[in-house]
Design a protein around this ligand. Structure first.
Ligand code: NAD
Ligand code: TYD
Length: 363
């Protein structure tokens, strides 16, 4: 079996769902169910014994020791993290705790387990650490995209904590010979994305007639990858990656934030016209005709990275992986998913979500 951490979050839940759809190998899913974890993401697996859910924290060494000795996983895929840059600016400590200390505890538990293995089982064991392109810092408009050799230059408490965890993982290969793999991926989007991140926030706010807050001049560039492609990239690295190596995973899809917001608005105009839904602009009290009317430029994020871009040629060359979706196909699926899953959206927009939105965006 394999051990997944953070499998009730956005990417982890997509990974667990696809894993269970594609093969029979059992999954133990360890998740602390923070504000970002949601068991509703895994509802379609209810009654399916292939996934065993454990509610617990990756910082809990005793729990980790128990899970490893009870389940004896052949691999760990480590998603659990605090993942939102804006939250890392207002409250960095949780990022150090989970992303650095938690990854360290998980590595220690995995090492103790790996040391009990022998022969082929020991050689086949894998620890795959899921990380981000944000560890490489920011690019100027004409800089080449990040490769696996780009020096680390993290700029936010989030990316700094992920960089620290990447370094710890690397050290376990060099020091102990533990069979680790690291993936550094660009911005994901798709089903089950918590609506504090750009794309789902824009969909949810637009449908409610709320303003669409674009930070600064909206010209910051991100490389966007459909979440299912990220999951297939991770499966490929797990199956065929070379231990001790890192693999960049990206969508070859650089877009400015303002263009992303306009694309989302245009798709909503087509798929859920504001006039038909009688959407009222919450600022003016007037009916919304086109969702782009709601775009509002707001104060920039402190230390906002200007551009991320992933050079994903290594994973293509060495492992034959390329994304299956273009941005056009992926974003259309995503908007359709949010329209079809309004009950899920209502479920996550609870009291603590509203507190975060009030704190971050004010009235
Ligand atoms: P997420 O915030 O949606 O989910 C994180 C999950 O981890 C949640 O289910 C949460 O309950 C769980 N978790 C948090 N702290 C925990 C702890 N101490 N113990 C156990 N579980 C804990 O995050 P995501 O967007 O799904 O990201 C998953 C991973 O992928 C992260 O490591 C992130 O750095 C990385 N990543 C994300 C993106 C992206 O665009 N979202 C891109 C590249 C890499
Ligand atoms: P986000 O989804 O938070 O991902 P990350 O910061 O990890 O890239 O943000 C994506 C981009 O969108 C980033 O440049 C910040 C910007 N952004 C806004 O302009 N407005 C918003 O309300 C949010 C949440 C993000």
């Amino acid at each position: 079996m394999i051990l997944i951490t953070g499998g009730a979050g956005f990417i982890g839940s997509n990974f667990v769902l696809h894993w269970c759809a594609l093969n029979d190998e059992p999954v133990v899913n360890l998740d602390a169910l923070t504000y970002a974890g949601n068991r509703a993401n895994l509802q379609s697996l209810e009654g399916n014994d292939q996934q065993r859910f454990v509610h617990g924290n990756i910082c809990d060494a005793a729990l980790l020791a128990k899970i490893f000795s009870q389940h004896r996983p052949r691999a760990v895929v480590h998603f659990a993290a605090e993942s939102h840059v804006d939250r890392s600016i207002t409250g960095p400590e949780a990022f150090v705790e989970t992303n650095v200390v938690g990854t360290f505890r998980l590595l220690e538990a995995a090492r103790a387990h790996w040391n009990t293995l022998q022969g082929a089982d020991k050689a086949a064991f894998r620890f795959l650490h899921v990380s981000t392109d944000e560890v490489y810092g920011t690019l100027a408009p004409t800089d080449p995209a990040f490769t696996e050799n780009t020096p680390y230059a993290p700029n936010s408490p989030y990316s700094a904590s992920k960089a620290a965890s990447d370094h710890l993982v690397r050290s376990y290969y060099h020091t102990y010979g533990m069979p680790v793999l690291t993936t550094n991926c660009s911005n994901n989007y798709g089903p089950f994305h918590f609506p504090e991140k750009l794309i789902p926030l824009m969909i949810v706010n637009a449908l409610a007639g709320k303003s669409l807050p674009v930070y600064g001049d909206g010209q910051q560039i991100r490389d966007w990858l459909y979440v299912e492609d990220h999951c297939s990239g991770i499966r490929r690295v797990l199956e065929a990656g070379t231990c001790g190596e890192t693999y960049n995973i990206g969508g070859w899809n650089e877009k400015a934030n303002i263009d992303i917001v306009k694309i989302v608005c245009a798709l909503l105009d087509e798929m859920a016209p504001a006039s038909a839904r009688q959407v009222i602009n919450q600022q003016t009290g007037k009916p919304v005709e086109q969702y782009a009317e709601l775009i509002t430029y707001v104060a920039d994020r402190p230390g906002h990275d200007r551009r991320y871009a992933i050079d994903a040629r290594k994973i293509e060359r060495e492992l034959g992986w390329r994304p299956a979706e273009t941005f056009d196909t992926g974003i259309r699926k995503t908007v359709a998913w949010y329209l079809a899953n309004q009950t899920w959206v209502k479920g996550v927009i609870d009291g603590s979500y509203r507190d975060w939105v009030a704190q971050q965006y004010g009235a």
